[in-house]
Design a protein around this ligand. Structure first.
Ligand code: AMP
Ligand code: ZN
Length: 303
């Protein structure tokens, strides 16, 4: 037991459940942490079995041109991460090493590549589906899981810069998409309660950037476009959003030319599970020793 550890993050690091890298929000995961996270991920699959979802696993990088077209930079320029790389000749290489040696900024010579980091698991999906033509009758459901990047360094272990997001994404008519979201708001609460965590659902907004962002946030709230399932992780007063239920209306449908079988602009919604956040909530509530977690919780996760 670490006697000087005050915060959950300190305790997780002292017990080697998370591994420090020297960067806030960037951690190594121990076998114990991964075991919990993957078992919760498998539990999601059990709850989502009836969705008959198409499974796609995108890498954590996405096509930059498609990212630009998605509109992400209009709303969250501060959170985006780009992949840069060396693209010079021998002379440039020598100069890079010299700059590095002198403690200068060697990154100044890096060039943006055609890859950016995925900000959410569903961003790479919409253009890929739109390319396939009209949706079939009854639309489609996809099952995604990807490491995501958001530039939001923090000492709060629940606010990472690189984390995994599991998602189910629904594309179809407004009615189909709304029914999907409602069903996942119900299942989400059941799922979280089944692992012994307290749940609350509230209307929410994304952290839109700048002055114009305030209007977008208000709009999103007024129209009930985003709900979050909140669980206390590091604070009881300010519980953490562990699941999100987003209704995009026809935003992605219009952006990507996604149409229903009837030729209408498709509506979309997604449910996103923050896998690290749920794992952290489990450690925070049930303790760092998974062997002493309540029998009921152990049974649900480990069978
Ligand atoms: P969002 O697209 O913001 O609704 O995110 C979907 C889910 O990802 C949220 O409900 C969180 O559980 C999780 N998430 C979002 N941001 C972070 C972060 N910085 N660190 C860890 N998990 C996150
Ligand atoms: Zn999504």
């Amino acid at each position: 037991m670490c006697m000087t550890c005050n915060t959950l993050l300190d305790r997780l690091i002292a017990e080697e459940i998370l591994v420090e890298t020297g960067i806030d929000g960037l951690y190594g995961r121990s076998g114990k942490f991964e075991d919990v996270l993957l078992r919760f991920d498998a539990l999601i699959s059990r709850f989502g079995d009836d969705q008959k979802a198409d499974v796609i696993r995108f890498p954590p990088g996405m096509n930059r041109a498609l990212f630009e077209k998605s509109g992400y930079l209009k709303s969250f320029p501060d959170l985006a991460g780009t992949v840069h790389s060396f693209a010079g000749n021998d002379k440039d290489h020598a100069s890079l090493l010299e700059t590095l040696e002198g403690g200068g900024d060697w990154t100044a010579g890096q060039k943006a590549t055609d890859i950016v980091l995925a900000p959410a698991a569903c961003y790479p999906l919409y253009p890929v589906v739109a390319r396939k033509g009209k949706l079939p009758a009854q639309g489609r459901v996809y099952d995604l899981n990807s490491y995501c990047f958001r530039r939001e360094p923090s000492k709060d272990p629940a606010r990472m810069q690189m984390f995994r997001m599991r998602e189910y994404v629904r594309m179809g008519t407004p009615d189909e998409v709304m029914a999907f979201r409602q069903s996942w708001m119900d299942r989400g609460q059941e799922l979280i309660a089944s692992v012994g965590l307290p749940v609350a659902i509230d209307v929410a907004n994304d952290p839109f950037f700048g002055r114009a962002g305030r209007m977008l946030s208000n709009n999103q709230r007024d129209q009930n476009l985003k709900f979050e399932l909140l669980v206390p992780v590091t604070s009881t007063e300010k519980p953490t959003a562990c699941l999100s239920f987003n209704y995009h209306q026809d935003h992605f449908g219009k952006t990507w030319g996604l149409t229903t079988a009837d030729g209408e602009v498709a509506h979309t919604a997604c449910v996103g599970f923050g896998l690290e956040r749920v794992a952290l909530a489990l450690f925070a509530h049930h303790g760092l020793d998974t062997g002493s977690w309540p029998a009921g919780v152990r049974k649900v996760l480990w069978g």
